[in-house]
Design a protein around this ligand. Structure first.
Ligand code: C2E
Ligand code: CA
Ligand code: CA
Length: 325
């Protein structure tokens, strides 16, 4: 309670909150770090359930922590044992109906644990630093596929590969060189690659981010802002950083036809992006009615289950061949 009291620093009033993890010691705790580890888990639960609260460590949390540990240690092997694969989801031009890009999405099939969603393992990869290796793998692998497709069918010259880059990855100062190498290795022009970033990357690493983004843009690699609308969505980012495209998060597209607020948000984003000369991709398009609305709003690119789920490389190749006649 006393930490919650606002306090003054120079001209600013600072508000702060506290998340507390509580653990009751038992015979499983052999050392002080065992106790701290569980208290830490409880504290992260407190943070994830909205902060400004305390959480008592319990058995379920213990199981979740064990599963996490297992995923973490198996993830190291997954990369080594080539259990990570890449799926591709098409991004379509709504005017022509053609595939203009594929988003590369990582997949993990574990012999014992089964399919593990990237929503589960990517955050762990980010916390443990394994994201560098996974990111690099996805980059090389997906560009390799695109090159291969281009050698088989010239229509793929008009299709780009969109790759997700986590904010941790830009702390690696070689990232630009690594991107450059992946393109060169596959003899692909810069326009073949698009990079998807999230706002957290801009917030956590503003300076590094701007250097990287402007350099990529200068070379002709387009930078896409992913999940737009879910974070701070600070409008200043849109002109401060070198971005080419905004991907509107699927939570706004979902029931746009029935939900006036979502509709208002999407049309405002469309209006704003037009003024700022930014392209837009609508994510999570699941129904034809969304397509009609998007067209009316002059949003020309979309991605979603209506067109295709993320699929393996053979299916992706076949899909683009039939679509881009
Ligand atoms: P994302 O970048 O926002 O990717 C789009 C996610 O939305 C994918 O989930 C995709 O399957 C899902 N999606 C696409 N269309 C629809 C739709 O119409 N309806 C619904 N309900 N969902 C749709 P996925 O493949 O499970 O990936 C989850 C997240 O994991 C991604 O979200 C991305 O943030 C992260 N991720 C996946 N692969 C990588 C990677 O190689 N590197 C990094 N850094 N992150 C990755
Ligand atoms: Ca993405
Ligand atoms: Ca997204």
């Amino acid at each position: 309670e006393s930490i919650q009291e606002p306090f003054q620093v120079d001209e600013s009033i600072i508000h702060t909150s506290t998340s507390v993890g509580v653990v009751i010691g038992n015979l499983n705790h052999l050392t002080s770090s065992d106790v701290l580890r569980d208290a830490d888990s409880a504290m992260y639960h407190a943070k994830n359930s909205g902060k400004s609260r305390y959480v008592l460590f319990d058995a379920e949390m213990h199981l979740a922590a064990l599963k996490r540990l297992k995923i973490e240690s198996e993830l190291r092997n997954a990369i080594k044992n080539h259990q990570i694969s890449v799926y591709y989801q098409p991004i379509l031009d709504l005017q022509t109906g053609h595939v203009v890009a594929f988003e590369a999405l990582s997949r993990w099939f574990h012999e014992e644990l089964g399919f593990i969603s990237p929503a589960e393992f990517i955050p762990i990869a980010e916390e443990t630093g394994l994201i560098h290796e996974i990111g690099l793998y996805v980059l090389h692998h997906s560009l390799g596929k695109l090159k291969y497709w281009r050698t088989l069918d010239e229509r793929f010259e008009n299709i780009a590969m969109s790759v997700n880059v986590s904010s941790q990855q830009i702390e690696n100062r070689n990232l630009l060189d690594e991107i450059e190498m992946a393109l060169q290795e596959n003899q692909l022009p810069h326009s073949a690659l698009k990079v998807e970033i999230t706002e957290s990357l801009l917030i956590e690493n503003a300076e590094l981010a701007e250097q990287l983004l402007s350099e990529l843009t200068k070379r002709g690699v387009k930078v896409l802002m992913d999940d737009f609308g879910t974070g701070f969505s600070a409008l200043s980012y849109l002109h401060k950083f070198s971005l080419s495209t905004i991907k509107i998060d699927r939570s706004f597209i979902k029931d746009m036809e029935a939900n006036d607020k979502n509709m208002a948000i999407v049309s405002s984003i469309a209006f704003m992006c037009e003024k700022l000369n930014l392209d837009i991709i609508a994510e999570g398009v699941e129904e034809q009615v969304h397509v009609e609305i998007l067209k009316e709003l002059s949003i020309n690119q979309a991605q979603g289950f209506l067109f295709s789920k993320p699929v393996d490389s053979e299916a992706a190749f076949a899909l683009a061949q039939t679509t881009n006649r």
